[in-house]
Design a protein around this ligand. Structure first.
Ligand code: ARG
Length: 462
């Protein structure tokens, strides 16, 4: 293989072990398209600034185009002795164009080059993720609309608490994924900053035009401090933090789907196409997709912690440690995209067992709060009502009955304020429809929230 571009001051050949140890090509080769696009823009800028001739720029650009075609046709040779994607492309360019290739690296270094490549990669990934998230949110909206008449227990502490509309529960996830999308869009502002031309760390003596490079590459901003430009990886950490939060949300719905599809809950059934069987127990239908999503959440958190730990205490500016950023970053981005994508496809195939959900609202004293509220509407102070209903619950527990299964005389023995109308007052439908406070589960609120969400999703930037 060719000589290394940096080997002028070396008198010994690099040890094979060191070559293998320092090489990142197997991981960073996927940045090739960004690297080539960045190099083309750099060439144009060098020519425009009179640093290289227009002819040189043209032959460099056509060489770079040829390399792109070769890589995409699987006709490009990758070799550990050339470390990374930047050196591979430069080396091949030399073979294609001859000495003019050596001019491409004028006024830049791999330190600003790699920062540019990752920023371009992350900008694309972030846009893919926000558009995946928009699809996912549309799925939640469609399900929320479809299941407006389904009720189920809302839980706190995983204990039945108060009845809610399934649509309200689904819209809670809509909110979570909307915040995720917002976070990614916000992170994009700090990803979308152009570092090239910072060179190794101190800037360059050539009369370059960094703003022109930024314009060619569609960056709205140019980084302002050359030292910071080559040593900043905050934008990766922010991206991983947004990815971690989004995975955490996916792990929560995964956990619910796992619980809800168990015989103990029997609230839903996953479709056969999105379940797997057991090789030993013929009756089993396992929720592997939610389980794996829950499991993969850990590896995305791991990527975030890797990056934070890698950057902790690093002196300015670029340090080779930073080459270790790519593997966890790529893995996390790939995992998140795959999980969102499979959820977009799986969620609509779930069968909702509305009868068991409804049944579950009629046991477990879900109407105890409403019984207290009833007494309050009839003039009893809330604390007193709370304690009165507590006694009723204890009595009903003894009788193995629910509050609405007690007779009117039994109820009246706790308070003479109670009248026959109480039985209507305590139905699941009534309990839900009374919760009209903004953000509450009453159907009219939930419908309004869905409509509002549909409007804002339509207006949203990608
Ligand atoms: N492969 C390196 C990385 O990903 C590129 C920059 C290397 N710079 C250097 N001076 N060795 O960080």
């Amino acid at each position: 293989m060719s000589e290394k571009p940096w080997d002028g001051r070396f008198s010994q050949k690099t040890d094979k072990l060191v070559e293998a140890f320092t090489s990142s090509i197997q991981i960073d080769k996927r940045l090739y398209a960004y690297d080539i696009e960045g190099s083309m823009a750099h060439c144009k800028m060098l020519a425009k600034s009179g640093i290289i001739t227009g002819d040189d720029a043209s032959s460099l650009i056509s060489g770079l185009e040829k390399i792109k075609t070769e890589i995409e046709a699987d006709q490009f040779r990758f070799d550990d002795s050339l470390e990374d994607i930047h050196m591979h492309i430069e080396d091949r360019l030399f073979q294609i164009t001859g000495t003019v290739a050596r001019k491409l690296h004028t006024a830049r270094s791999r330190n600003d080059q790699v920062a540019l490549d990752i920023r371009m990669y992350l900008r694309t990934e972030t846009l893919i993720i926000t558009s995946h998230l928009a699809e996912l949110r549309k799925v939640f909206l469609a399900l929320a609309k479809k299941y407006m008449d389904v009720t189920l227990p809302g839980y706190t502490h995983l204990q039945r608490a108060q009845p809610v509309l399934l649509s309200h529960h689904l819209m809670a996830y809509y909110e979570m994924f909307s915040r995720d999308a917002d976070r990614f869009r916000d992170t994009l502002k700090r990803i979308n900053v152009m570092p090239l031309g910072s060179a190794a760390l101190a800037g360059t003596t050539y009369p370059i035009d960094r703003h022109y490079t930024a314009e060619l590459l569609g960056f709205p901003r140019v980084s302002v401090n050359s030292i910071d430009s080559v040593s900043d990886r905050d934008f990766i950490i922010e991206f991983l933090s947004s990815a971690s939060l989004c995975m955490m949300h996916l792990s929560r719905i995964s956990e619910e789907l796992i619980l809800w599809s168990s015989s103990e809950f029997a609230f839903i059934e996953l479709s056969d196409a999105f379940s797997t069987g057991s090789s030993i127990m013929p009756q089993k239908k396992n929720p592997d997709v939610p389980e794996l999503t829950r499991g993969k959440t850990g590896s995305v958190f791991g990527s975030l912690i890797s990056l934070l730990t890698m950057m902790k205490s690093l002196p300015l500016s670029y340090n080779r440690d930073m080459q270790e950023d790519k593997k966890p970053l790529f893995e996390a981005a790939d995992t998140l995209k795959a999980c969102i994508e499979i959820y977009i496809n799986m969620l609509p195939t779930i069968t909702i067992n509305s009868e068991s959900m409804r049944q579950a609202t009629s046991a477990g004293f879900l109407n105890a709060t409403d019984m207290a509220d009833y007494l309050v509407t009839r003039g009893m102070p809330f604390r007193e009502a709370h304690s009165c209903v507590g006694k009723m619950v204890s009595y009903a527990l003894d009788k193995k009955k629910e509050l609405h299964e007690l007779g009117i005389e039994e109820l009246q023995s706790f308070s003479s304020l109670i009248e026959e109308e109480i039985f209507d007052f305590l139905t699941t439908e009534q309990m839900i429809s009374r919760r009209k406070s903004f953000g509450g589960t009453a159907a009219e609120n939930v419908m309004a929230a869905i409509e509002e969400a549909e409007k804002s999703l339509d207006k949203e930037d990608p």
